[in-house]
Design a protein around this ligand. Structure first.
Ligand SMILES: [Mg+2]
Length: 416
Protein backbone atom coordinates (compact mmCIF):
# COMPACT_ATOMS: atom_id res chain seq x y z
CA UNK A 1 0.00 0.00 0.00
CA UNK A 2 1.25 3.45 -0.91
CA UNK A 3 1.55 6.13 1.77
CA UNK A 4 1.51 9.63 0.24
CA UNK A 5 3.75 12.19 1.96
CA UNK A 6 1.99 15.23 0.46
CA UNK A 7 -1.53 16.68 0.23
CA UNK A 8 -2.90 14.62 -2.64
CA UNK A 9 -6.56 15.25 -1.98
CA UNK A 10 -8.72 18.35 -1.74
CA UNK A 11 -12.24 17.71 -0.42
CA UNK A 12 -15.07 20.23 -0.55
CA UNK A 13 -18.13 19.95 1.66
CA UNK A 14 -20.71 22.74 1.42
CA UNK A 15 -22.16 24.02 4.68
CA UNK A 16 -25.89 23.28 5.19
CA UNK A 17 -26.23 23.16 1.45
CA UNK A 18 -30.02 23.17 0.91
CA UNK A 19 -30.58 25.94 3.46
CA UNK A 20 -27.64 27.96 2.09
CA UNK A 21 -28.93 27.76 -1.49
CA UNK A 22 -32.32 28.99 -0.30
CA UNK A 23 -30.65 31.95 1.43
CA UNK A 24 -28.58 32.70 -1.65
CA UNK A 25 -31.65 32.71 -3.90
CA UNK A 26 -34.17 34.30 -1.53
CA UNK A 27 -32.74 37.45 0.11
CA UNK A 28 -35.75 37.63 2.48
CA UNK A 29 -34.46 34.44 4.20
CA UNK A 30 -31.05 35.88 5.03
CA UNK A 31 -30.50 36.58 8.70
CA UNK A 32 -33.44 34.36 9.58
CA UNK A 33 -33.35 30.79 10.85
CA UNK A 34 -34.20 28.48 7.94
CA UNK A 35 -35.29 24.84 7.93
CA UNK A 36 -35.90 23.03 4.66
CA UNK A 37 -38.86 20.60 4.62
CA UNK A 38 -39.83 17.98 2.03
CA UNK A 39 -43.54 18.89 2.03
CA UNK A 40 -45.71 21.84 2.86
CA UNK A 41 -47.34 20.13 5.84
CA UNK A 42 -47.25 20.58 9.65
CA UNK A 43 -46.53 16.82 10.00
CA UNK A 44 -43.29 16.88 8.10
CA UNK A 45 -39.78 17.24 9.51
CA UNK A 46 -36.63 19.16 8.61
CA UNK A 47 -34.26 17.65 6.08
CA UNK A 48 -31.80 20.53 6.43
CA UNK A 49 -31.36 23.62 8.58
CA UNK A 50 -29.00 26.59 8.63
CA UNK A 51 -26.51 27.43 11.38
CA UNK A 52 -28.84 30.05 12.86
CA UNK A 53 -31.56 27.39 13.25
CA UNK A 54 -28.99 24.98 14.67
CA UNK A 55 -28.31 27.43 17.51
CA UNK A 56 -31.95 26.97 18.59
CA UNK A 57 -31.28 23.26 18.89
CA UNK A 58 -32.94 22.28 15.63
CA UNK A 59 -31.60 19.15 13.95
CA UNK A 60 -32.26 17.25 10.82
CA UNK A 61 -35.39 15.24 11.65
CA UNK A 62 -36.90 17.84 14.02
CA UNK A 63 -40.61 18.06 13.20
CA UNK A 64 -41.93 21.25 11.61
CA UNK A 65 -44.24 21.78 14.59
CA UNK A 66 -41.41 21.40 17.09
CA UNK A 67 -39.21 23.71 14.98
CA UNK A 68 -41.88 26.43 15.10
CA UNK A 69 -42.25 26.01 18.83
CA UNK A 70 -38.51 26.29 19.53
CA UNK A 71 -37.95 28.99 16.96
CA UNK A 72 -41.13 30.97 16.11
CA UNK A 73 -39.32 33.12 13.53
CA UNK A 74 -38.21 30.12 11.45
CA UNK A 75 -38.81 30.07 7.68
CA UNK A 76 -39.66 26.61 6.32
CA UNK A 77 -39.20 26.57 2.55
CA UNK A 78 -40.13 23.36 0.70
CA UNK A 79 -37.08 21.65 -0.80
CA UNK A 80 -36.48 22.41 -4.46
CA UNK A 81 -34.23 19.56 -5.48
CA UNK A 82 -34.09 20.61 -9.12
CA UNK A 83 -32.73 24.01 -8.08
CA UNK A 84 -30.13 22.43 -5.79
CA UNK A 85 -28.96 20.12 -8.55
CA UNK A 86 -28.78 22.93 -11.09
CA UNK A 87 -26.61 24.90 -8.69
CA UNK A 88 -24.54 21.78 -8.03
CA UNK A 89 -23.68 21.66 -11.74
CA UNK A 90 -22.75 25.34 -11.73
CA UNK A 91 -20.54 24.70 -8.71
CA UNK A 92 -18.78 21.84 -10.51
CA UNK A 93 -18.16 24.10 -13.47
CA UNK A 94 -16.57 26.77 -11.22
CA UNK A 95 -14.35 24.28 -9.34
CA UNK A 96 -13.32 22.67 -12.60
CA UNK A 97 -11.77 25.92 -13.74
CA UNK A 98 -9.23 25.65 -10.90
CA UNK A 99 -8.78 21.89 -10.62
CA UNK A 100 -10.65 18.95 -12.15
CA UNK A 101 -13.30 17.33 -9.95
CA UNK A 102 -12.30 13.67 -9.66
CA UNK A 103 -15.39 12.39 -7.89
CA UNK A 104 -18.77 13.72 -6.86
CA UNK A 105 -19.69 12.11 -3.54
CA UNK A 106 -23.05 13.81 -3.13
CA UNK A 107 -24.85 16.96 -4.15
CA UNK A 108 -22.71 19.00 -1.75
CA UNK A 109 -19.48 17.02 -1.47
CA UNK A 110 -16.76 16.58 -4.06
CA UNK A 111 -13.22 15.39 -4.27
CA UNK A 112 -10.30 16.71 -6.34
CA UNK A 113 -6.98 14.92 -6.66
CA UNK A 114 -3.98 17.21 -6.78
CA UNK A 115 -1.04 16.57 -9.08
CA UNK A 116 2.51 17.13 -7.71
CA UNK A 117 2.73 20.69 -9.05
CA UNK A 118 -0.53 21.60 -7.26
CA UNK A 119 0.31 19.89 -3.96
CA UNK A 120 2.90 22.47 -2.85
CA UNK A 121 0.44 25.31 -3.35
CA UNK A 122 -2.62 23.42 -2.14
CA UNK A 123 -3.74 26.03 0.40
CA UNK A 124 -3.50 28.86 -2.14
CA UNK A 125 -5.44 26.72 -4.62
CA UNK A 126 -8.18 26.14 -2.03
CA UNK A 127 -8.37 29.91 -1.42
CA UNK A 128 -8.74 30.53 -5.15
CA UNK A 129 -11.55 27.98 -5.38
CA UNK A 130 -13.30 29.65 -2.45
CA UNK A 131 -12.95 33.11 -4.03
CA UNK A 132 -14.22 31.79 -7.37
CA UNK A 133 -17.27 30.21 -5.72
CA UNK A 134 -17.99 33.36 -3.75
CA UNK A 135 -17.89 35.45 -6.88
CA UNK A 136 -19.81 33.16 -9.24
CA UNK A 137 -22.19 31.22 -6.99
CA UNK A 138 -22.57 33.75 -4.20
CA UNK A 139 -21.43 34.46 -0.64
CA UNK A 140 -24.24 32.49 1.06
CA UNK A 141 -23.30 29.09 -0.35
CA UNK A 142 -20.09 28.55 1.61
CA UNK A 143 -17.74 25.60 1.21
CA UNK A 144 -15.62 23.98 3.89
CA UNK A 145 -12.44 22.66 2.32
CA UNK A 146 -10.15 19.94 3.64
CA UNK A 147 -6.68 18.98 2.44
CA UNK A 148 -5.13 15.63 3.26
CA UNK A 149 -3.00 12.79 1.93
CA UNK A 150 -6.09 10.74 1.03
CA UNK A 151 -9.84 11.21 0.55
CA UNK A 152 -10.71 9.97 4.05
CA UNK A 153 -8.48 12.47 5.87
CA UNK A 154 -9.34 15.33 3.50
CA UNK A 155 -13.03 14.72 4.26
CA UNK A 156 -12.32 14.64 8.01
CA UNK A 157 -10.38 17.92 7.59
CA UNK A 158 -13.30 19.55 5.73
CA UNK A 159 -15.56 18.69 8.68
CA UNK A 160 -13.19 20.04 11.33
CA UNK A 161 -13.83 23.79 11.01
CA UNK A 162 -17.31 24.29 9.67
CA UNK A 163 -18.70 26.57 8.39
CA UNK A 164 -16.48 28.19 5.82
CA UNK A 165 -13.37 26.34 7.00
CA UNK A 166 -10.08 25.50 5.37
CA UNK A 167 -8.22 22.78 7.23
CA UNK A 168 -5.02 20.93 6.45
CA UNK A 169 -4.23 17.45 7.77
CA UNK A 170 -0.60 16.99 6.76
CA UNK A 171 0.69 13.42 6.85
CA UNK A 172 3.63 14.44 9.07
CA UNK A 173 1.27 16.06 11.64
CA UNK A 174 -0.67 12.84 12.26
CA UNK A 175 -2.25 11.89 14.54
CA UNK A 176 -1.92 15.32 16.29
CA UNK A 177 -5.03 17.25 15.20
CA UNK A 178 -7.15 14.07 15.09
CA UNK A 179 -6.70 13.32 18.78
CA UNK A 180 -9.20 15.96 19.94
CA UNK A 181 -12.03 14.63 17.77
CA UNK A 182 -14.82 12.44 19.08
CA UNK A 183 -14.77 9.01 17.46
CA UNK A 184 -18.03 9.52 15.62
CA UNK A 185 -16.65 12.52 13.76
CA UNK A 186 -14.90 10.01 11.49
CA UNK A 187 -16.71 8.84 8.36
CA UNK A 188 -17.87 5.26 8.87
CA UNK A 189 -18.32 5.58 12.64
CA UNK A 190 -22.01 6.04 13.28
CA UNK A 191 -24.08 4.84 16.23
CA UNK A 192 -23.70 1.10 15.65
CA UNK A 193 -19.96 1.19 15.03
CA UNK A 194 -19.44 3.52 17.98
CA UNK A 195 -21.21 1.05 20.28
CA UNK A 196 -19.05 -1.75 18.92
CA UNK A 197 -15.87 0.25 19.57
CA UNK A 198 -17.05 0.97 23.11
CA UNK A 199 -17.68 -2.73 23.71
CA UNK A 200 -14.07 -3.31 22.71
CA UNK A 201 -12.80 -0.69 25.14
CA UNK A 202 -12.07 1.96 22.51
CA UNK A 203 -13.36 5.30 23.81
CA UNK A 204 -10.87 7.83 22.45
CA UNK A 205 -9.17 8.67 19.20
CA UNK A 206 -5.87 7.89 20.85
CA UNK A 207 -6.98 4.33 21.58
CA UNK A 208 -8.31 3.99 18.03
CA UNK A 209 -5.03 5.25 16.61
CA UNK A 210 -3.06 2.64 18.53
CA UNK A 211 -5.12 -0.32 17.32
CA UNK A 212 -3.25 -2.82 15.21
CA UNK A 213 -4.65 -3.58 11.74
CA UNK A 214 -5.38 -7.11 12.90
CA UNK A 215 -7.32 -5.92 15.93
CA UNK A 216 -9.24 -3.43 13.74
CA UNK A 217 -10.21 -6.26 11.45
CA UNK A 218 -11.47 -8.27 14.40
CA UNK A 219 -13.57 -5.37 15.74
CA UNK A 220 -15.07 -4.51 12.35
CA UNK A 221 -15.52 -8.19 11.58
CA UNK A 222 -14.24 -7.74 8.04
CA UNK A 223 -11.46 -6.40 5.86
CA UNK A 224 -13.22 -3.05 6.27
CA UNK A 225 -11.42 -2.72 9.63
CA UNK A 226 -7.98 -2.89 8.02
CA UNK A 227 -9.12 -0.49 5.35
CA UNK A 228 -10.27 1.95 8.03
CA UNK A 229 -6.96 1.62 9.89
CA UNK A 230 -5.02 2.33 6.68
CA UNK A 231 -7.13 5.34 5.70
CA UNK A 232 -6.85 6.85 9.15
CA UNK A 233 -3.07 6.59 8.92
CA UNK A 234 -2.99 8.30 5.55
CA UNK A 235 -2.51 5.38 3.18
CA UNK A 236 -3.97 5.67 -0.31
CA UNK A 237 -6.65 2.99 -0.23
CA UNK A 238 -8.40 1.96 -3.42
CA UNK A 239 -12.03 1.05 -2.95
CA UNK A 240 -13.85 -1.43 -5.10
CA UNK A 241 -16.77 0.21 -6.88
CA UNK A 242 -20.04 -1.15 -5.59
CA UNK A 243 -22.51 -2.13 -8.24
CA UNK A 244 -26.05 -0.89 -8.48
CA UNK A 245 -28.76 -2.77 -6.60
CA UNK A 246 -31.94 -0.97 -7.58
CA UNK A 247 -33.63 2.13 -8.92
CA UNK A 248 -36.64 3.57 -7.16
CA UNK A 249 -38.60 6.53 -5.95
CA UNK A 250 -40.92 7.08 -3.01
CA UNK A 251 -43.37 9.74 -2.02
CA UNK A 252 -45.62 10.79 0.85
CA UNK A 253 -49.22 11.36 -0.25
CA UNK A 254 -50.77 14.59 0.97
CA UNK A 255 -54.47 14.98 1.69
CA UNK A 256 -56.57 15.01 -1.45
CA UNK A 257 -54.15 12.53 -3.05
CA UNK A 258 -54.72 9.53 -0.84
CA UNK A 259 -57.29 7.62 -2.90
CA UNK A 260 -56.34 4.52 -4.84
CA UNK A 261 -56.62 6.36 -8.16
CA UNK A 262 -54.42 9.23 -7.02
CA UNK A 263 -51.86 6.86 -5.52
CA UNK A 264 -51.60 5.07 -8.86
CA UNK A 265 -51.31 8.34 -10.72
CA UNK A 266 -48.33 9.24 -8.53
CA UNK A 267 -46.97 5.69 -8.94
CA UNK A 268 -47.02 6.13 -12.74
CA UNK A 269 -45.09 9.36 -12.45
CA UNK A 270 -42.45 7.84 -10.18
CA UNK A 271 -42.18 4.68 -12.27
CA UNK A 272 -41.41 6.65 -15.41
CA UNK A 273 -38.82 8.73 -13.56
CA UNK A 274 -37.10 5.66 -12.14
CA UNK A 275 -37.06 3.74 -15.43
CA UNK A 276 -35.65 6.75 -17.20
CA UNK A 277 -32.83 6.98 -14.70
CA UNK A 278 -32.20 3.26 -15.01
CA UNK A 279 -31.95 3.49 -18.80
CA UNK A 280 -29.51 6.35 -18.64
CA UNK A 281 -27.25 4.42 -16.31
CA UNK A 282 -27.35 1.42 -18.62
CA UNK A 283 -29.37 -1.17 -16.71
CA UNK A 284 -32.34 -3.47 -17.24
CA UNK A 285 -34.55 -4.83 -14.45
CA UNK A 286 -35.98 -8.31 -13.95
CA UNK A 287 -38.25 -7.35 -11.07
CA UNK A 288 -40.62 -4.50 -10.33
CA UNK A 289 -42.23 -3.74 -6.95
CA UNK A 290 -44.90 -1.35 -5.76
CA UNK A 291 -45.49 -0.72 -2.05
CA UNK A 292 -48.48 1.25 -0.82
CA UNK A 293 -48.62 2.16 2.82
CA UNK A 294 -52.14 2.66 4.11
CA UNK A 295 -53.11 5.15 6.79
CA UNK A 296 -54.57 2.19 8.65
CA UNK A 297 -53.89 -1.51 8.22
CA UNK A 298 -51.03 -3.43 6.74
CA UNK A 299 -49.12 -2.01 3.80
CA UNK A 300 -49.82 -3.52 0.38
CA UNK A 301 -47.09 -4.91 -1.86
CA UNK A 302 -47.09 -6.15 -5.39
CA UNK A 303 -44.17 -7.59 -7.21
CA UNK A 304 -43.72 -9.02 -10.66
CA UNK A 305 -40.78 -10.41 -12.56
CA UNK A 306 -40.11 -10.50 -16.26
CA UNK A 307 -37.48 -10.86 -18.91
CA UNK A 308 -34.92 -8.04 -18.38
CA UNK A 309 -36.72 -4.85 -19.40
CA UNK A 310 -35.82 -1.20 -19.75
CA UNK A 311 -38.84 0.34 -21.51
CA UNK A 312 -41.58 2.40 -19.84
CA UNK A 313 -44.44 0.31 -21.23
CA UNK A 314 -43.35 -2.90 -19.49
CA UNK A 315 -43.37 -1.19 -16.09
CA UNK A 316 -46.58 0.75 -16.74
CA UNK A 317 -48.35 -2.43 -17.83
CA UNK A 318 -47.27 -4.09 -14.59
CA UNK A 319 -48.69 -1.10 -12.69
CA UNK A 320 -52.03 -1.44 -14.51
CA UNK A 321 -52.12 -5.08 -13.45
CA UNK A 322 -51.40 -4.11 -9.82
CA UNK A 323 -54.19 -1.55 -10.05
CA UNK A 324 -56.71 -4.12 -11.29
CA UNK A 325 -55.70 -6.46 -8.48
CA UNK A 326 -56.10 -3.66 -5.94
CA UNK A 327 -59.61 -2.97 -7.21
CA UNK A 328 -60.51 -6.65 -7.28
CA UNK A 329 -59.28 -7.20 -3.73
CA UNK A 330 -61.43 -4.33 -2.45
CA UNK A 331 -58.96 -1.53 -1.81
CA UNK A 332 -60.85 1.19 -3.65
CA UNK A 333 -61.91 2.80 -0.38
CA UNK A 334 -58.53 2.71 1.36
CA UNK A 335 -56.69 5.85 2.36
CA UNK A 336 -53.01 5.74 1.41
CA UNK A 337 -50.16 7.49 3.20
CA UNK A 338 -47.10 6.83 1.06
CA UNK A 339 -45.87 4.74 -1.82
CA UNK A 340 -42.68 3.60 -3.42
CA UNK A 341 -41.71 1.86 -6.64
CA UNK A 342 -38.54 -0.15 -7.24
CA UNK A 343 -36.89 -1.72 -10.23
CA UNK A 344 -34.46 -4.35 -9.03
CA UNK A 345 -32.72 -7.62 -9.87
CA UNK A 346 -30.71 -5.55 -12.32
CA UNK A 347 -28.60 -6.59 -15.27
CA UNK A 348 -26.14 -4.27 -16.89
CA UNK A 349 -27.00 -3.51 -20.52
CA UNK A 350 -23.39 -4.30 -21.40
CA UNK A 351 -23.74 -7.88 -20.15
CA UNK A 352 -27.24 -8.43 -21.39
CA UNK A 353 -27.71 -10.63 -24.42
CA UNK A 354 -31.00 -10.95 -26.19
CA UNK A 355 -32.84 -14.12 -25.31
CA UNK A 356 -32.42 -16.56 -28.16
CA UNK A 357 -35.45 -18.55 -27.12
CA UNK A 358 -38.20 -15.96 -27.30
CA UNK A 359 -40.88 -16.54 -29.86
CA UNK A 360 -40.57 -14.77 -33.20
CA UNK A 361 -42.06 -11.29 -33.03
CA UNK A 362 -41.67 -10.90 -29.27
CA UNK A 363 -38.10 -9.61 -29.46
CA UNK A 364 -39.07 -7.14 -32.21
CA UNK A 365 -41.92 -5.71 -30.15
CA UNK A 366 -39.55 -5.32 -27.23
CA UNK A 367 -36.97 -3.61 -29.42
CA UNK A 368 -39.57 -1.16 -30.71
CA UNK A 369 -40.69 -0.35 -27.16
CA UNK A 370 -37.11 0.22 -26.09
CA UNK A 371 -36.51 2.48 -29.07
CA UNK A 372 -39.62 4.46 -28.23
CA UNK A 373 -38.48 4.94 -24.63
CA UNK A 374 -35.02 5.99 -25.83
CA UNK A 375 -36.61 8.51 -28.17
CA UNK A 376 -38.76 9.97 -25.37
CA UNK A 377 -35.66 10.24 -23.19
CA UNK A 378 -33.79 12.06 -25.94
CA UNK A 379 -36.58 14.62 -26.38
CA UNK A 380 -36.92 15.21 -22.63
CA UNK A 381 -33.17 15.49 -22.18
CA UNK A 382 -32.95 18.08 -24.91
CA UNK A 383 -35.68 20.17 -23.23
CA UNK A 384 -34.35 19.49 -19.69
CA UNK A 385 -37.82 18.58 -18.45
CA UNK A 386 -40.62 16.10 -19.11
CA UNK A 387 -42.29 17.37 -22.25
CA UNK A 388 -43.37 13.96 -23.55
CA UNK A 389 -44.35 10.65 -21.94
CA UNK A 390 -47.08 8.05 -21.54
CA UNK A 391 -50.37 9.16 -20.00
CA UNK A 392 -51.00 12.06 -17.66
CA UNK A 393 -48.22 14.21 -16.30
CA UNK A 394 -50.06 16.02 -13.52
CA UNK A 395 -47.84 17.03 -10.59
CA UNK A 396 -49.30 16.21 -7.17
CA UNK A 397 -49.51 19.18 -4.78
CA UNK A 398 -47.66 19.61 -1.50
CA UNK A 399 -44.26 20.36 -2.89
CA UNK A 400 -41.74 18.74 -4.99
CA UNK A 401 -42.64 15.59 -6.96
CA UNK A 402 -39.58 14.90 -9.04
CA UNK A 403 -36.28 13.29 -8.27
CA UNK A 404 -34.94 13.59 -4.76
CA UNK A 405 -31.37 14.09 -3.74
CA UNK A 406 -30.48 10.98 -1.83
CA UNK A 407 -27.25 10.31 -0.01
CA UNK A 408 -24.54 9.45 -2.48
CA UNK A 409 -26.60 10.07 -5.57
CA UNK A 410 -27.00 13.36 -7.37
CA UNK A 411 -29.91 13.28 -9.79
CA UNK A 412 -29.16 14.36 -13.30
CA UNK A 413 -30.96 17.46 -14.56
CA UNK A 414 -32.97 15.20 -16.85
CA UNK A 415 -34.47 13.46 -13.80
CA UNK A 416 -36.75 16.45 -13.26
MG1 LIG B 1 -22.42 19.40 3.56
Amino acid sequence: MRKPDTLECLYIDFDCYFASVEKQLCPELRGRPVGVVPLDSPHTSLIARCYTAKRYGLQRGTSAMEAKRLCPDIALPVARHDVYVRMHHEILRVIDRFVPVAKVWSVDEMECRLCPSEQAGAVALAERIRAGLREEIGPWVTPSIGLGPNQFLAKVAAEMNKPNGLTVLSPEALPGPLLDLPLDDLPGIAKGMLARLHRNGIFTMEALWHLSPKHARAIWGSVEGERFWAQLRGYAVARPETSRRMFGHGRVLVSGWRSLDSAFEVARLLTVKASRRMRREGYLARRFTLSLKRREGHPLHWETSFFPARDDQTFLKALSRFYREAVETGHTRSDFARLSVFMHDLVSAKDHMSDLFTQPGVAETRDRREQLSDLIDAVNTRHQQSVIGFGLNRQPPGGYAGAKIAFGRVPDLSDF
